[in-house]
Design a protein around this ligand. Structure first.
Ligand code: CO
Length: 285
């Protein structure tokens, strides 16, 4: 077994998205080959409603999956498949835009005005970019929380920890999505498919992401690993919480315009024309 080394550690970029939501972009546009099959990770934690309540009003997506994980507060959503509801803290919304979906996502703060979570974009392979859209909502109570042998626990949104499989499957890129919590100085080892892209995003405390030497990341730090069969993380003195995400790279050309990600410029032009001509939505469920 080779333990993965760290390829890079970066902190996010302050970004304004939607109708004026201030967030931190852990990675995005310009790093598509490094994070393949993932396109973007946004950390939208905030404690000032002025900076998030404008939300993400009606907008389209095509060619990707958007995966939203709420930590605090709520998000109200509606889409062109007819779904309508609230994402509560601990819930996950796994939306496969495929051929096209139009939706809105509106954040609502908790009693202290706090709201936050993460939105991950996963790419779809060329032969599935125009698949029928699909929407899955995974309630917090349906996400297994697995005790780890070295201390701490992991919520398994997708993937497998010690024989416990997450609620989301049948996704093309074989994703793994864990929310890992380690107490002070605990060590976590986790097997990874050697050909898959693996990264972690720290959102509380700090940890060391290599077995020997030092690769420290703290709140807001993104760690991308080299190839290998497993990763090893040791929590710092205050413990650590992080997302662990992995997936099978697609190695395909990426043509990206805003919320639409295809393989060629021509496909983007088609999407834009269909939006203007009101023929973008191919499937309403
Ligand atoms: Co969206």
């Amino acid at each position: 077994m080779t333990i993965r080394n760290v390829r890079l550690i970066q902190s996010g970029k302050p970004t304004v998205e939607g109708a004026g939501v201030h967030l931190n972009r852990a990675f995005g546009f310009g790093q598509t080959s490094e994070f393949d099959p993932y396109l973007m990770l946004d950390d939208f934690r905030g404690d000032d409603p002025e900076l998030y309540q404008a939300g993400f009003p009606w907008h389209p997506h095509r060619g990707i999956e958007t995966i939203t994980y709420m930590l605090e507060g709520k998000a109200e959503h509606q889409d062109s498949l007819g779904n309508k509801g609230i994402i509560d803290p601990g819930d996950v919304q796994w939306m496969t835009a495929g051929s096209g979906i139009i939706h809105q996502e509106m954040p609502i703060g908790n009693a202290n005005g706090k709201m936050g979570g993460f939105q991950l974009w996963a790419n779809l392979p060329s032969d599935q970019k125009m698949m029928d859209p699909r929407y899955r909502e995974i309630k917090s109570t349906d996400i297994p929380d697995v005790q780890l042998p070295g201390g701490g626990s992991a919520r398994v949104i997708a993937g497998n920890v010690n024989g416990v499989t997450g609620s989301v499957s049948e996704i093309v890129i074989a994703p793994e999505y864990l929310d890992v919590r380690l107490p002070a100085n605990a060590t976590f080892k986790h097997p990874t498919t050697s050909s898959h892209t693996v990264f972690c995003y720290v959102y509380s405390g700090s940890g060391n992401f290599v077995p020997e030497g030092t690769a420290l990341a703290k709140n807001g730090g993104l760690v991308l690993f080299e190839v290998g069969d497993e990763i090893m993380v040791t929590a710092g003195d205050e413990g650590v919480r992080f997302l662990l995400i992995s997936g099978e790279p697609l190695y395909e050309p990426v043509a990206w315009y805003g919320p639409i990600v295809m393989n060629t410029q021509e496909e983007l032009n088609t999407a834009m024309r269909e939006l203007r001509e009101n023929s973008f939505i191919k499937f309403r469920g």
